[in-house]
Design a protein around this ligand. Structure first.
Ligand code: PFF
Length: 450
């Protein structure tokens, strides 16, 4: 059943922007961006990343949204509606599968953030070895699994409630909370003694930073992940838009908010890390190992630690709901399931698929893929470095060459107010994006394994 007539719409113009920006802003900005920047040496990597965001990210966001609004379908249904009797629906299916994979491990990290809120509040960061604290927590079998289930249950609850009563209502509540928390944290971080060095790292970079094919692949993977691109979130959220909504303007707001929050998160983390002699290249543990060490030494650190992990959890939740919405919309549209049944069934299956990721830090940590890491890293690498860029590549080829740049632009510009998609877009969509993604993927993959 592909019944578009009962499809919900956002209840206000802001609904789409807040939900889409809520999807974009998440662990990718506050947890992943700082540690990827740290691993890649700071400012120069940020510059490459920003170029990719503007040149590839923004046009693709507009494209996905236009595909969604035009077809009023989930990603699989959207490609079926716009290119009937072809294999293009497989591009949508790749998106649904990617959402499934990402949510499975995203929820594991979401669970860590929930448990760290309580640890911070209980003063558990004082007088301990933070690497060991983190290792001991994620290395257990049951506690992280239970937090993963709690996080998934929250996600299911919001999605089961619907587009307006679930997604829109909750992002409208959670955005002001995030805004307030991040402002409080920045004021604290930049006023620490020695904060200047961290700010310098962010805006000027490390002296020994090097650029390789892997740097570009890391930057593209980060751009896709943080903007929620390449897997149909914007097709799905765009399908709840009306023709009066301004797609070019909304996408610009979302890209601006996402990039802004990533830089702001850097302004919280790097000053704090440098002020307390942490290692900016600490990797995935940066937010969970280095920062608790910082909070332990900082005046009122327990309070700021609690606020930080609360921010992380809220941001993660508004992203996780978009991942679950993509797969839920697919079951509702294509198979006629009710929303509550689809959300709950998929949520439970995804939670089960997430178990190996959770165990990969403990019971199953012996399993390692050369050059990639444990099972968790493998899921993350396949989803972010392969599936998302591939999804973006297919979307650009589809819109540029099959659906046509004319139809894409006409759809995108309906309801436009001021900011209009111009002729540059056709060239970017047909040539720049496919070639850039393909080249970066080939060199990046070679660089990763050779
Ligand atoms: N953009 C989210 C973040 O930065 O944490 C993660 C994400 C959400 C990725 C939705 C992909 C996606 F489709």
């Amino acid at each position: 059943m592909a019944d578009g007539s009962r499809r919900e719409s956002w209840a206000s113009r802001l609904g789409f922007i807040l939900a889409a920006a809520g999807s974009a802003v998440g662990l990718g900005n506050i947890w992943r961006f700082p540690y990827i920047v740290g691993e890649n040496g700071g400012a120069l990597f940020i510059l490459i990343y920003l170029i990719i965001v503007v040149l590839i990210g923004y046009p693709l966001m507009v494209t996905e949204t236009a595909i969604g609004r035009s077809s009023k379908r989930n990603p699989v249904g959207a490609f079926k509606a716009l290119a009937p009797n072809s294999m293009w629906w497989l591009a949508g299916a790749l998106g649904v599968i990617t959402g499934f994979v990402i949510l499975s491990y995203y929820s594991v990290v979401g669970g860590w953030t929930l448990s760290y809120i309580f640890r911070a509040a209980a003063g558990a960061f004082e007088g301990v070895d933070h690497e060991q604290l983190f290792g001991d927590h994620v290395g257990q079998t049951w506690a992280p699994l239970i937090w993963h289930l709690v996080f998934m249950a929250l996600t299911i609850g919001i999605i089961a409630a619907g587009v307006v009563k679930g997604i829109q209502r909750w992002v409208q509540i959670l955005w002001p909370v995030m805004g307030l928390l991040i402002v409080l944290l920045i004021v604290r971080a930049v006023t620490l003694e020695g904060a200047g060095e961290g700010i310098g790292f962010l805006f000027l970079g490390a002296e020994d930073a090097t650029v390789t094919g892997r740097t570009f692949l890391d930057a593209i993977a980060q751009a896709f992940f943080t903007l929620s691109l390449g897997m149909g979130v914007f097709i799905t959220y765009g399908s709840y838009l009306s023709d009066r909504d301004n797609v070019p303007g909304a996408a610009a707001s979302v890209v601006g908010m996402d990039t802004g929050i990533a830089i702001l998160a850097g302004l919280v983390i790097f000053p704090a890390v440098f002020a307390f002699d942490g290692d900016p290249g600490a990797g995935a543990g940066l937010a969970f190992i280095t920062l608790p060490g910082v909070f332990a030494e900082m005046p009122l650190g327990g309070l700021f630690g609690t606020l930080f992990f609360l921010l992380l959890a809220v941001a993660a939740l508004t992203s996780a709901i978009s991942l679950l919405e993509v797969v839920t919309a697919w079951l509702i549209d294509q198979k006629g399931w009710t929303r509550a049944k689809a959300a709950a069934t998929l949520g439970v299956i995804i939670a089960i698929v997430g178990i190996p990721s959770s165990l990969s830090f403990g019971a199953w940590s012996g399993f390692e893929v050369p050059n990639i890491g444990n099972l968790f890293d493998l899921f993350d690498w396949i989803a972010n470095s392969i599936f998302l860029p591939l999804g973006g590549l297919l979307t650009a080829i589809f819109a540029g060459w099959i659906w046509s740049t004319r139809s894409t632009m006409d759809e995108a510009n309906k309801g436009e107010r001021g900011l209009k998609i111009g002729g540059w877009y056709a060239v970017v969509l047909k040539y720049v994006i496919p070639i850039a993604i393909a080249v970066v993927m080939v060199f990046g993959i070679v660089d990763t394994f050779v």
